[in-house]
Design a protein around this ligand. Structure first.
Ligand code: ADP
Ligand code: ZN
Length: 215
């Protein structure tokens, strides 16, 4: 059992690799982005505020996301946790360390997914997903076989994220470089950082991550 963080800019492929690990190793994915998008559909006042911040591409407050993670850490276990999109600030990283220490758990590795900015922009601005099964597609690199229909489950409910547009992406990248990228140095100094080439084929990235986990 291992607890790991997937670290990298928006569009690095964290979610894709996390889903693989869930399927292959029965790990539990904790995506704060997914949790926040769920909160948004709850229709509460808090959900509405969160949605506005996300649509602009800014980070939600540390208090909110730390609270979400705290709930999940108490409730679930399995083959280990994959932290996907969390922590995103130094304060969140410290909070995670404290939460894990409190429950007697360890953080086994932090896997940085390296990609260059031009690739991110291209990946994100063409991205859409199936609302029914979660499969991820891309206008250019991975279109559906039949226009408007999910290859996997046949659903017609294909959608784009509200923050997957050029404007919000600019803000998301800026937030990443200002607030999240310092975590690379932080975990390197702690001796926990591993890096993989996020521009490689999806399967090759998966294998690189598997190698780290099996070490
Ligand atoms: P991506 O990695 O592609 O940017 P996510 O789904 O991880 O997508 O996050 C989408 C948005 O959710 C972020 O731009 C931010 O507004 C919010 N968010 C997700 N995780 C966090 C976090 N740990 N701290 C603050 N905001 C977060
Ligand atoms: Zn589908």
């Amino acid at each position: 059992m291992a607890n790991i963080i997937l670290l990298g800019p928006p569009g690095a492929g964290k979610g894709t690799q996390a889903k693989r690990l869930v399927d292959e190793r029965a790990m539990v994915q904790l995506s704060t982005g997914d949790m926040l998008r769920e909160a948004k559909t709850s229709g509460t006042e808090m959900g509405k505020l969160v949605a506005e911040v996300m649509e602009r591409g800014q980070l939600v407050t540390d208090e909110i996301v730390i609270g979400l993670i705290e709930e999940k850490l108490a409730a679930e276990s399995g083959g280990g946790f994959i932290f996907d999109g969390f922590p995103r600030t130094l304060k969140q990283a410290d909070a995670l360390a404290a939460l894990l220490a409190r429950t007697g758990q360890t953080l086994d590795s932090v896997i940085e997914m390296q990609v260059d900015d031009a690739a991110l922009v291209a990946r994100i601005t063409g991205r859409f997903t199936c609302g029914a099964c979660g499969e991820v597609y891309h206008d250019v690199t991975r279109p559906t076989k039949v226009d408007g229909t999910c290859d996997v489950c046949g659903s017609h409910d294909l959608k784009r994220r509200a923050d997957d547009n050029a404007d919000a992406l600019k803000t998301r990248l800026m937030e990443y470089y200002k607030k999240t990228s310092p975590l690379i140095g932080y975990y390197y100094a702690k001796g926990q950082l591993e890096s993989v080439d996020g521009l490689a084929e999806m399967d090759a990235v998966g294998e690189a991550i598997a190698k780290i986990l099996d070490k």
